[in-house]
Design a binder for this molecule. Structure first.
Ligand code: ZN
Length: 157
């Protein structure tokens, strides 16, 4: 278990396309565990391998329903639309409004390198899109309508 350094916007590694994972080596298993630790430590809902400087097509997500590990994920179906605030661990303290499909179906490999299909709506659909974009070197800031802004926390009255 180890916490890895999260690369931030401006780091070249975040703009590069990632390579497919062809076999699950010990090194890759350690990477996946470290990605989960790093995501939980940073209190994020998702993390892609390039965010810790590794150009492999691996994503971890947990929107509060337990960890999801996706290897070589691809979006195979989408439906509907949602518009809402989105943030990224690589762009700390910022958020922006992004429109995404409201339903997303993903095909990927799990940690046993078995093919799986997962469906998500709402936040999970958004997380699938956001994290898979990272694997193609894309950041949500390019999609944010009106750019990104500081996250402000309103005082409770
Ligand atoms: Zn992100």
């Amino acid at each position: 278990m180890a916490i890895r350094t999260i690369r931030e916007l401006g780091d070249e590694v975040l703009t590069k396309p990632c390579k497919e994972v062809t076999k699950l080596t010990l090194r890759t298993k350690i990477l996946i565990n470290d990605m989960l630790d790093t995501m939980y430590e940073a209190m994020g809902v998702g993390l892609a391998a390039p965010q810790v400087g590794i150009l492999k097509r691996i994503v971890v997500i947990d929107i509060g329903d337990g960890p999801i590990v996706l290897i070589n994920p691809e979006i195979i179906d989408t439906d509907g639309e949602q518009t809402g605030e989105e943030g990224c661990l690589s762009v700390p303290g910022k958020a922006g409004v992004v429109t995404r499909p409201n339903y997303v179906k993903v095909r990927a490999l799990n940690e046993e390198m078995e093919e799986i299909e997962l469906e998500g709506e709402g936040l999970l659909a958004r997380a699938f899109c956001h994290e898979i974009d990272h694997l193609d070197g894309k950041m949500y800031v390019e999609l944010a309508e009106g750019g990104i802004h500081d996250v402000t926390y309103e005082e409770e009255e």
